[in-house]
Design a protein around this ligand. Structure first.
Ligand SMILES: [Fe+2]
Length: 312
């Protein structure tokens, strides 16, 4: 199956996107003192018949490849495709295969990849298997489950998933929670902040935005776990398509945890009052005592005015 996926993906990438002109290189805020950087996008919603989605990913990967200091990791926080279909997923990986230059790519699943719907009447087990097979066909970082992790430059990158189709919410199995506990413990022992990525925000954090579209029943249990080891956690989520605004909307600090909701890369950010366009994601720069989150539009190739600084 993986050979078929590979050929199909490369074939599709020839037809769905044609690059714009050259992209200007862009630099980190303080190149000399940068420890490392990484890129986070979410909700790209790749769709077969939507050329704007093809363009977003194509231009996005090319933009990331134009950085003066190429990111150490790219994390995609779910709803990377619209329906988890083979053709959509092949389009995504085909463009990634052709244009991406970031070595470490970490894929999180979203409800759109694992929930059967009118466009993809397939059950969870097959969709999960498809997600993993594509991942392992194209990426160096091999996974056995929808939850997985990688240590990059001494920092723990922890990716959460859902262990069943729970509609627009998340289900964390006892196995996933036990694994997460061990991962957070190991991250705490490293003395460095942990970076956790999950499609679904905790219930209480951005509760005014799409009330049902959160973790659901297990939100408190997950929060207790995140608080357990007392080290700094940056918890990146997507799902809400809420955009980002001057007031720090989309970002919330609570004890040792900083919650950051990533704007939708592929669909307009309509859940939040003021509609914001597609193409935005986070460029995260890690310094000795500071973490900077800069919001970049990777499709129009420009920084937005949004920039957040956190002591670490
Ligand atoms: Fe989404």
């Amino acid at each position: 199956m993986s050979l078929f996926y590979k050929i199909f993906a490369i074939f599709l990438s020839l037809f769905i996107y044609f690059p714009s002109g050259q992209i200007a290189s862009y630099a980190p805020l303080d190149k000399d003192n940068l420890k490392f950087n990484f890129t986070v996008i979410s909700d790209g919603h790749m769709e077969g018949n939507d050329s704007q989605k093809h363009k977003n990913y194509g231009e996005g990967f090319r933009d990331m490849a134009s950085a003066e200091v190429i990111s150490r990791a790219l994390v995609m926080v779910g709803d990377n495709t619209m329906n988890g279909q083979i053709s959509e997923t092949a389009m995504l990986y085909g463009l990634m295969d052709k244009y991406n230059k970031i070595d470490n790519v970490l894929m999180a699943v979203g409800n759109h990849e694992i929930s059967g719907n009118d466009y993809n009447k397939t059950e969870y087990a097959r969709l999960k298997n498809r997600f993993i097979t594509f991942n392992n066909t194209f990426l160096d970082h091999k996974i056995e489950n929808l939850w997985h992790s990688q240590v990059i430059d001494g920092y723990h990158f922890i990716i959460l998933g859902s262990d069943r189709d729970d509609g627009i919410q998340q289900y964390l199995s006892p196995e996933q929670l036990e694994w997460l506990d061990a991962e957070l413990k190991s991250a705490a022992e490293s003395g460095k902040p942990a970076f956790v990525f999950s499609h679904w925000p905790l219930n209480h954090v951005f509760s005014g935005v799409w009330y049902d579209g959160h973790v659901g029943e297990q939100s408190e249990e997950l929060r207790e776990l995140l608080k357990k080891y007392d080290n700094r956690i940056f918890f990146f989520t997507g799902h809400l398509h809420m955009g980002i605004f001057d007031s720090g909307y989309g970002i919330k600090k609570e004890g040792n945890i900083t919650y950051l909701n990533v704007p939708s890369f592929g669909s307009e950010n309509t859940n939040g009052g003021e509609t914001q366009n597609t193409g935005m994601g986070f460029q995260v720069e890690v310094y000795e005592n500071e973490l900077v989150v800069r919001v970049r539009n990777f499709v129009s190739h420009e920084w937005t005015k949004y920039e957040y600084h956190f002591d670490i």
